[in-house]
Ligand binder design. Structure first.
Ligand code: XIL
Length: 375
């Protein structure tokens, strides 16, 4: 009798233990069978996504659940850029950014701010400034208002975006033209005063080119020498199936990290379409005419290209894992292929497939390949 009771107790204990930790058996929960990115990579680096206004509003509940389960960092794709959040001197559009801050807190995500000082999507009232003191005051007022509002909520900021040209020289932006290169340390100092706990990044595209890399490193050293706080380098990952090489990306991660900074892969998407000659990187002022040869997969992504893309993503993530001590975050520039900006850049009106989820938010081979590295 006693033995039977003991057996019963033991069986119950086993049963309880197994309800506490359900094994993900095949078919049990098809949606999560593969696991999630944020869970799989939680000890390595943040896995982020850039969200558009609709996604921030969580109006599509199925997609909202996908975002919450897969990502543990978020960035606004557009709504925190100067022309949108601060279109004229006394006008601020904080509604959607506030929603993003709340979404990040609700789902325990690192909220990354993009971006405080950028020559593109810049409010015209700042773009029109021609005087150094006025520019300094405008930048200060902008950073105080925007970074100030999200102080304590933002994990990190892209303080300056795209200040360096491909040849390594400083971009002749309205900031450089008015204030000279002091605008760089001024922006970082101001951001650090406003939000001392946020990690402050310099972010740019084509960060693997040797000349540009040398220019960025030189610029960062000057910012550091000025006494300003800079914490990280964001490498926008607007890359292709073949470019840049893993070797170039690795050298760049190592050289940026050698500055004593964190590295983030900030805007990852892998373009699968042929592009017009001379177009690479992500200069949003570039655009090329739509021709059929640039848009070959209007009826769907062929299997062999999907596999090639999966292999490319696997190679990249294997590299990121190798350097996880240097990498703080990997953010995809969007959630699904249908809503990706790459359908319209650098050629407008194409059918592109750069991300991990397809037009129905279903996982692609690329997703499986990234997860397979952790299984
Ligand atoms: C892009 C957005 O994805 C588009 O929706 C918008 O029309 C243009 O800007 N580098 C950046 C991002 O830092 O802010 C850009 O985002 C892509 C290139």
């Amino acid at each position: 009798m006693k033995l039977n009771l003991l057996l019963l107790a033991a069986t119950l204990m086993v049963a309880c233990a197994s309800t506490e930790e359900p094994k993900k058996g095949p078919g049990e929960n098809p949606e999560n069978q593969l696991g999630t990115l944020r869970e799989a990579y939680k000890n390595d680096f943040y896995i982020g996504a850039a969200l558009n206004s609709r996604q921030i509003s969580e109006s599509n509940t199925e997609q909202a659940a996908l975002i919450a389960s897969q990502f543990n960092s978020v960035t606004a794709e557009n709504v925190m850029k100067s022309s949108q959040i601060h279109p004229s001197e006394d006008v601020f559009n904080f509604d959607i950014p506030d929603k993003l801050a709340a979404l990040a807190a609700k789902h325990d995500m690192a909220f990354h701010g993009h971006t405080l000082v950028w020559h593109s999507q810049l409010s015209s009232f700042i773009n029109d400034i021609t005087d150094s003191t006025k520019m300094a005051n405008a930048l200060k007022a902008h950073i105080e208002a925007v970074a100030g509002r999200y102080s304590g909520k933002v994990y990190s900021w892209d303080v300056v975006n795209e200040a360096v040209e491909g040849d390594g020289s400083l971009r002749k932006s309205v900031f450089l033209n008015t204030m000279g290169e002091d605008y760089l340390s001024f922006a970082f100092k101001t951001a650090a005063d406003v939000d001392p706990n946020a990690f402050l990044y310099y972010n740019d595209y084509s960060m693997t080119g040797a000349q540009k890399r040398a220019g960025v490193i030189k610029m960062v050293k000057k910012i550091q020498a000025s006494g300003a706080k800079i914490d990280g380098i964001g490498m926008q990952g607007h890359w292709g199936l073949e470019y840049p090489s893993i070797q170039e990306i690795e050298t760049s991660i190592e050289q940026y990290a050698a500055l004593g900074l964190k590295v983030a892969i900030t805007e990852l998407d892998i373009d699968v379409l042929p592009n017009p000659d001379g177009v690479s990187g992500a200069d949003i002022s570039q655009s090329a005419e739509l021709k059929a040869e640039y848009n070959p997969y209007v009826d769907g992504l062929p299997d062999d290209i999907a596999e090639k893309q999966a292999k490319r993503y696997a190679d990249l993530f294997a590299l990121f894992l190798k350097h996880k001590d240097k990498i703080d975050r990997v953010t995809f520039w969007g959630v699904n292929d249908g809503e990706s900006w790459k359908n319209n850049f650098p050629v407008n009106g194409r059918t592109n497939y750069p991300l991990l989820f397809d037009r129905d938010n279903k996982k692609k081979k690329a997703f499986e390949a990234i997860m397979a590295l952790k299984n």
